[in-house]
Write a protein that binds this ligand. Sequence first.
Ligand code: KG4
Ligand code: ZN
Length: 351
Amino acid sequence: MLFLGIESSCDETGVALVQTQAAGAPRLLAQALFSQIDMHQAYGGVVPELASRDHIKRVIPLTREVLKSACIDLNQVDVVAYTRGPGLSGALLVGAGVACALGAALRKPVLGVHHLEGHLLSPFLSEDPPEFPFVALLVSGGHTQLMRVEAVGAYEILGETVDDAAGEAFDKSAKLMGLGYPGGPALSKCAQGGNPLAFKLPRPLLHSGNFDFSFAGLKTSVLTQAQKLGADLHNPDFNHKADLAASTQAAIVEVLLKKSMAALKTTGLRRLVVAGGVGANLALRTQLNQACAKAGVRVHYPELHLCTDNGAMIAMAAAMRVQSGQQQPRFNYGFDVKPRWPLSHIDVLSV
Ligand code: KG4
Ligand code: ZN
């Protein structure tokens, strides 16, 4: 079966084609992405109305591009999948509206996908896909969760952030330091020349004994340090900015690392899957690789270009849900979106 996937939950328009196979995981035939980063950069963050308008402009040309590069005719598509939530409501409505209109015109069924399930299952698109069960560390711009994953649709939340997400901590700290948007890549680039031990920053909830996270206090400490440094923070003769970036990254990475390793120990599982935008962070990958090798745990990531939002993960999640019998695509083309949609509610809401 051929799945067309449309992602439009935030600031990236993504379209992809995924095909199920008689044996093995579905495979990616083609994908196309347009990132709105340049447009939002001037505002220091995503402007929802601009995001929606830009999705409208991009989604059909990207769909044409994907079909062309896979040499597939639109009529050959079996299911049109789209991100139903969570995300920006206007942005979600664009993808949902286009997907349902395409489904209606083609008389093909449609399927709404949970964005985080897309991230979670994206490592199945890699050369070395994981096997169930595993512990998942889901680290995106809005979510930080540790999960026990038994199968498609069987997700037990072990812990999550009580305030800011890890991606948010990167983004907000980067903004305080005058680095660009999105903050994660900018901060990690700046951190390259810095000393991660230069500033003593808090590791919130590190010893809480559970799998919850808290990153809001870290941002306040970064602000305090930046204020203390004043103009020196931006003085190229000093390395303060790189040091503060490296110290911030080290604090975030240490908490993610220690909690993930503790979750593996508690569950007794020997496999870790890391997904979401922060999963692209090289310091996180390096330290997780080392710790997992030492503990005899296999660690899986999405391909680097599939860590952040894309259409491939949406088509993939739809294909895996249908293949596993978790969900049937529907011929009803009325649609809604779920801007707030906890992953734990997925079974109830998606049938
Ligand atoms: O998963 P994602 O693309 O979007 C959401 O679903 O939220 O994640 C975006 C987040 C942003 O906070 C961004 O700063 C962060 O992922 N990010 C990174 C890196 N690349 C993206 N954080 C740290 N290091 C990176 N290399
Ligand atoms: Zn995302």
